[in-house]
Design a protein around this ligand. Sequence first.
Ligand code: SAM
Length: 279
Amino acid sequence: MLSYRHSYHAGNHADVVKHLTEVAILDYLLKKDKPLCYHDTHAGAGLYSLQSEHALKTAEYQGGIAKLWQYEAQSSLLKRYIALINQLNPDCELAFYPGSPKIAALMLRNDDHIQATELHPTDFPVLKSQFVRRRYTRIENTDAYAGFKAMLPPLVKRGLVLIDPPYELKTEYQDLVTGLQEAYKRFPQATYAIWYPVIERIAVEAFINSLVATGIKNQLRIEFNLHADSHGHGMTGSGMLVINPPYTLAEDMQRALNEVQQQIGEAASRFSITQLVGE
Ligand code: SAM
């Protein structure tokens, strides 16, 4: 089943949290003068028009990036993220939002590597077409976890693996845990950033417990809840579980999310950053 299309959701509050985390990790890795590899398991289409029928139908970006893109941030991470969005929107109009692989492409150096997998038959060619001229790039129309077996470890032995499934099927939670263990065996020195939605609190905690139970060390949990938890009222928040986070990530996200909460939050909004498993 591949009914999920990210074009309905691009730039929403969950994208803001996910992409801030991505930018923070990549910025840290970029400090070293040594190539890195960015591996994106569920890459999407790469670039989204916020004036498309899909984006206008849900208008989710109005509760996310639309409230931030003209904001003068204090935190250097939030500033950097907003600058990347503005790079795609030079005409003082919010027309485009970058997906996770596009953000990486905007940030990385020519000798850094990009690897991505995307299954959707419509989104894949759109994604691929944006990378045809880039060296050190591998974009495959294959399953995320088959991609781990075929593409990890990468040639370059440092980097970020972003895991961002649509969670359309309940089995995707267990598939992720199994896939992560496979990837970690192959590429243990990487940073892993796993996105998850907050829909049903009990299911969220069960998922987090299953990640902790893998025994993988050094897990940081970042969660932003726009609304209070609810039962059966859709996604109220989202989180990132980060394995081998840069030591700067918790503080960078604390500062950035403080401002995000002020700009897009509501009375019940809150966020938390917790070291779940030590190093
Ligand atoms: N990471 C993207 C971003 O932040 O811009 C958004 C990705 S979206 C949440 C999830 C994507 O995963 C969809 O484009 C969907 O087609 C794709 N997908 C679903 N199942 C997949 C699988 N087993 N392997 C690879 N891609 C898959």
